[in-house]
Design a protein around this ligand. Sequence first.
Ligand code: GDP
Ligand code: GDP
Length: 438
Amino acid sequence: MAKATVAIVGRPNVGKSTLFNRLVGGRRAIVEGEPNVTRDRIYGEAEWLDRTFNVIDTGGIVPRDSDEIKNKIKYQAELAMEEADVILFVVDSRTGMTGIDQEIAQLLYRTNKEVLLVVNKVEDFSNQQEISWEFYSLGFGDPILISAEHGKNTGELLEKISAELPEYEEDEDKREAINIAVIGKPNVGKSSLINHLVGENRVIVSDMPGTTRDAVDTLIEWKDIKFNFIDTAGLRRKSRVKESIEYYSNLRALKSVDRSDAVLMMIDATKGVSDQDKKIAGYAHDEGKAMVIAINKWDLMKKDSKTMKRYTDEVYYELKFLNYVPITYISALTGERIDEMLSLLEYVVDQSNLRIKTGVLNEVISEAVQLREPPSRKGKRLKLYYGSQVGVKPPTFVFFVNDPNLMHFAYQRYLENVLREAFGYVGNPLNFKLKQRK
Ligand code: GDP
Ligand code: GDP
């Protein structure tokens, strides 16, 4: 199911990032080191009861060429209006309402998205009427009073957010389909690939982007399998905020990864792996997504019998942490190996659901332990009592050990390789959890 998005706006220092951290908690969030991003964490996932939603801290995103606070805020408000389903407009009870708050309100009047007015830094909840009073004039109804820092009333805020979140039920065709996020830099050939697929296969649905869509979905049928390709490329030119094109497409790429069963990472054969590719692939890896790497425009390469092998080595060198991901060499232009690519996608999704019985798993593990002794520290050796696969998508394992601190990265790598050799899990990251058993 696609997730709804909540964006936080407000002038500097009102507590946006504090609120973001409170909502997202310890959960993973990313996008660091982007040129127009000033915080480590601006995109994350929050959970309330049975709903999860994405949160964007727009305060971390700044226009590239402007230090002026007005421009920053305009940019952030526009980002929120474009990307979010619900906007949290944060103000500060300590400073009261300011001119900039009023300007932000003016910008937000133009949106048809839900806006919740949040008054932060409230310490004393006994005189709520009085605090609320001056903020009514901003025109967004009853403010919600909170303290982001102390976590006061944030439950109520979450409840209000939940009530405003749209339902994103996928239709039946899409639920049955394998959802593939098509990821890759501009010009890598994403649209060409989708056009090729549309030309060769039965097309069930091809969505045009609506107001709440981040991507164009193309649902096709191939050998009785339904694939839904999620392509974020087509939308990037529509953005109202011109400077943010790169940032937008990245954010949308992340969202499409979130709702995918597998990621199709496209790399331009003539260009190789970029830093941007690495980041998004890293995100997909951390999110436990199945993946296939397609090296596109292979028709343009001068080849001999070793080119493919060399290229593969190079890609695995650049993307070390993805050594489990199958690579295929395609041409969206000529259609070369597109069938193989589709088979691989089906295969890695199948593998993401692979579940190995505890008995079989432990036979393999005890053999592995005999072949290579577990690490020890200060005379104490790691003991692996037993392991169990506790989940799929991604395959997740719990190992009961004498002391989790004795596990070493290299040894975990070894066990991972043993499991892959024995069972496959092709194209899927493995999630290991260690539990102490006395
Ligand atoms: P941003 O610029 O809007 O992202 O604001 P920050 O989240 O960085 O917060 C600005 C300052 O306000 C920081 O020093 C926070 O510790 C403080 N702050 C945030 N929330 C609260 C709160 O609920 N109460 C109080 N007293 N201070 C807060
Ligand atoms: P997108 O931005 O990722 O959607 O990329 P496009 O599909 O628009 O492709 C960018 C350019 O690369 C276009 O000129 C395509 O014709 C070209 N292109 C895409 N795939 C291939 C391919 O496999 N081989 C060759 N030679 N050109 C390709």
